[in-house]
Design a protein around this ligand. Structure first.
Ligand SMILES: NC(=O)c1ccc[n+]([C@@H]2O[C@H](COP(=O)([O-])OP(=O)(O)OC[C@H]3O[C@@H](n4cnc5c(N)ncnc54)[C@H](OP(=O)(O)O)[C@@H]3O)[C@@H](O)[C@H]2O)c1
Length: 239
């Protein structure tokens, strides 16, 4: 893995925690892996006790007033090297059918899953630009979902969650255009249907398979991947 300085949001459980586990296990583990959480995490604390390169920071997605302080903490960790990989993983799924959906549910889901990752990317842009300017591969990986694909929507429903991920996909596309000249790659990813609190017990794959596939996608990414919607198996998805 060529990424030296990495942030994973929502790292205390599910797919985010598995990113941390696998990144720490790699033979060339990142110099600094910043895992964010909203609360004390025994799993992350235990990993930290054996990995000096793991840093645990508090990040509550919609607490925008805390972003300045968050960026300062990241800066103090990565110093003048900048940030190579931002994995916008934190997310929520509010169940909504046509009968139950409310404006509040849609707005909350879109805010947490799309608005906050965009604002975090914006706040961290100076650090991402430092990495890219030194010629290192710099990637913003937005963990989206096939549920955000209009083309894939054969089942309907899920108004709040689908709205949040289709919005994330559109933000990804705009970022990929706006940041192309800075040599920053921006991708949107479908992690598969994964056994987690969100995916439930009947999901098709485990976190190990999802994350090892996504890390492979990140490793292979280059400017030709910019603005692409790709799944954990490396397959390009329809919008
Ligand atoms: N599992 C699937 O099948 C699947 C499929 C497609 C896409 N995804 C996407 O993959 C990502 C990870 O999902 P997962 O299955 O690992 O879900 P999960 O097990 O429910 O974990 C969600 C993570 O996001 C964090 N989070 C939620 N709201 C947050 C907020 N407002 N601020 C900061 N952190 C917040 C949670 O922190 P707390 O513990 O503090 O709540 C937790 O760490 C999500 O973006 C999800 O939409 C998952």
């Amino acid at each position: 893995m060529s990424f030296k300085n990495i942030i994973v949001t929502g790292a205390n459980r599910g797919i985010g925690l598995e990113f941390v586990r696998q990144l720490l296990k790699q033979s060339n583990s990142p110099k600094n892996l910043i895992a964010t959480t909203r609360k004390q995490s025994p799993e992350l604390d235990s990993l930290k006790s054996t990995h000096n390169n793991l840093h645990i920071l508090n990040y509550d997605a919609t607490n925008y007033d805390s972003y300045d302080d968050f960026v300062k903490q990241v800066e103090s960790i990565v110093k003048n090297e900048g940030l190579d990989l931002l994995i916008n993983n934190a997310g929520m799924a509010i169940r909504s059918t046509l009968e139950t959906v409310t404006p509040k549910d849609i707005l909350t889901n879109v805010e947490v899953n799309a608005v906050a990752p965009l604002m975090l990317t914006k706040a961290l842009l100076p650090l991402l630009k430092v990495s890219a300017a030194t010629g290192r591969k710099t990637l913003v990986a937005n963990i989206s979902s096939a549920m955000g694909s209009i083309d894939d929507n054969g089942l309907g429903g899920h108004y709040a969650y689908r709205a949040s991920k289709v919005t994330m996909n559109m933000f990804t596309k705009s970022l990929s255009v706006d940041l192309k000249s800075d040599n920053i790659i921006v991708m949107t990813l479908h992690p598969g249907w994964v056994v987690t609190d969100m995916g439930g017990p009947n999901a098709l794959i485990n976190t190990e398979t999802s994350v090892s596939g996504l890390l492979d996608v990140f490793n292979k990414a280059d400017m030709s991947s910019n603005g692409k919607f790709v799944d954990f198996a490396g397959k390009e998805r329809k919008w």
